[in-house]
Write a protein that binds this ligand. Structure first.
Ligand SMILES: [Zn+2]
Length: 312
């Protein structure tokens, strides 16, 4: 809710990463998680509310764009075109997470469309919505990825989804395999690096403490055999920024846990060694602190619960 990147800044970031072998994949979350869109273009939504304000906290909103409004599709076609100009990646993450369908259920236009297409429910409408989004991306030679939400049937074979909900990660392995999907493991109890990493650290009332050792124990296959897990493409560490006040604090949360997730991605369980990993982390410590110009004292002052207005 504060500030933005210019197109030039993003291009600079993409180039900086490319020089270091990193591909930047943009995410445009649809059909939900878009309160800023609801504030700017209320007419895109099932029940336009011209008083919508951009939220200043994280959370799940009820607003989903209405797939029955042609201007929505015109808008996303323009967004994807602009995105392609900035991000050369052939992948666009479309989110798709935390999209409660209550308003789709009530919307007269959506109801009519479901009846006409003989759709059983809003989940089928979601599947159709994703398919239309995918065909928009295909025009630019791009393919989508999604946050997995438990119903493998709403995605399409060959697509890639990220398992992020702790209660769904293990079962997602079988379900996505059956549905012909690729899977990236990002189960939050191991992979969410904005969560506190030391017992007693402030957790905003809901984040669970995810220690370095817990991260290191991530088995992306959850004990399943190579035959059952051949569709797992890798691991993913998320660092959601709504509770991270500045870059210094971001680094404080991300390291050294990012190293543990990286090793979980590279190394089968039978060659992992916690003691050996700790030794390597110690070797990297000085490098990380120096490389990022990291200021531990400043981080302590900024220990949550900070207030946004104090961060400058
Ligand atoms: Zn609608």
């Amino acid at each position: 809710h504060e500030g933005m990147y210019t197109r030039e800044e993003l291009k600079e970031l993409v180039a900086y990463c490319a020089e270091r072998g990193i591909e930047v994949i943009p995410e445009i979350d649809v059909p939900g998680h878009n309160e800023a869109l609801a504030a700017a273009y209320p007419e895109f939504f099932c029940f336009p509310d011209h008083n919508t304000k951009v939220s200043t906290t994280g959370g799940v909103g009820l607003y989903l764009v209405c797939p029955q409004k042609p201007e929505v599709w015109k808008f996303y076609a323009a967004v994807f075109k602009e995105l392609k100009d900035i991000f050369p990646s052939k992948i666009v993450h479309l989110g798709g997470d935390e999209a409660p369908t209550e308003l789709w259920e009530k919307c007269p236009l959506c109801r009519q469309a479901r009846a006409k297409a003989s759709m059983r429910d809003e989940q089928e409408q979601m599947r159709d919505f994703f398919a239309r989004m995918t065909s928009l991306l295909a025009k630019n030679g791009q393919t989508p990825q999604f946050w997995y939400e438990g119903n493998a049937g709403i995605y399409h074979p060959g697509e890639t989804v990220y398992a992020w909900r702790q209660d769904q990660a293990r079962q997602s392995i079988d379900k996505t395999k059956k549905a012909g999907l690729n899977l990236i493991m990002a189960s939050n109890e191991y992979c969410y690096l904005d969560f506190p990493q030391i017992q007693g650290q402030y957790n905003w009332g809901w984040m669970q403490t995810t220690t370095l050792r817990k991260c290191y124990e991530l088995d992306p296959a959850f004990g399943k055999s190579p035959q059952e897990t051949g569709h797992i493409r890798g691991v993913h560490a998320a660092a959601w920024a709504e509770h991270l006040p500045d870059l210094n604090h971001l680094l404080y949360r991300v390291y050294p846990r990012a190293m543990a997730i990286a090793e979980a991605g590279w190394s089968p369980m039978n060659v992992r060694s916690w003691d050996n990993f700790r030794r390597k982390v110690a070797d990297h410590r000085a490098f990380v602190l120096k490389r990022f110009n990291y200021d531990l004292e400043r981080t302590k002052e900024n220990e949550p619960p900070f207030r946004w207005e104090n961060k400058k």
